[in-house]
Design a protein. Sequence first.
Length: 329
Amino acid sequence: MRALVVSDGATTVRSPEDRESLAAVRDTPGLSWVDATGADPDALDELVDMFDIHPLSAEDVRSDLRAKVETFESYTFALLSEPGFGPDAGALVEQIEARTVGLFVGEDWLVTYAVEPIAAVDQIWSAAADSPAQFTDRGPDFTAYRVIRRLMEEYYRVIDDVEDHIEAIEDAVVEDPSPETLATINEVRADLLALRKLLWPARDAVAALAWDEGTYVREANRKYFRSTYDQLVELVELIETYRELASGSRDIYLNALSTSTNEVMKRLTVVATIILPLTFVAGIYGMNFEGSPYNMPELGWTYAYPAVMLGMLGVTAVMLAYFRQEGWL
């Protein structure tokens, strides 16, 4: 757990290790940011007691629920997710996973908590520690905005990676469609669906911070959240566009597979059609009846066998020429 305290123009970074030091951070006049991302789960219980956080809000952070915003008497709670790629090495495309982070915005304090470390929080923390004036003068809600904005930028990075996969899929579908290509398409579609499930509620949550009057967001800072909302709308539209592209690639693959199957069936049909008259001739001359004037007189002809073979070869040649003329070969 770490704390950034700005009081009387001075900025200090502390590491509260017990309730007394945490209470000192809370009671210091000015702005306080307590970050417990990746800390021991018991740290959240201490924050709940110290900052009068509702237990249900703490439970929401631990439960990896969908994005949401709720306003309580002393704070506004925002639950969002940072996207990333999972460790599944066996997948053709890296699978999307999300790490949930909770932001508790009070009148003059901000608490961030996540079960796992969050890159966006770490980056904004470093920026705030290096240039506190850019954050502290605008209140804890602006710092929360910077964290949320950085989370949204991470979505852009993930979507760019998905776009690269889609471009590779489009090339593979045209040049060399294979079962692996279809598996890659399905995994990309699964990633896009996972991103969509993250972005839709996140858009609604940021909309609440941008326009709801009851939240702990200052009127002067609402325009920043509205800008983030516009980014989320753009991200959702990108997801929908890429889903259509992935679906189009799948349709192209299935059409290519169907065309290939039709070509194979056409060739097999041609072979079967050629063999049919040959089988008929072989069947006729396979009936070797003797002792009657009504039987085939050519059975006793010296050149009957080569004549029949040449006739069968001629039938084959004529049929092949006809099929080629009709464009079936």
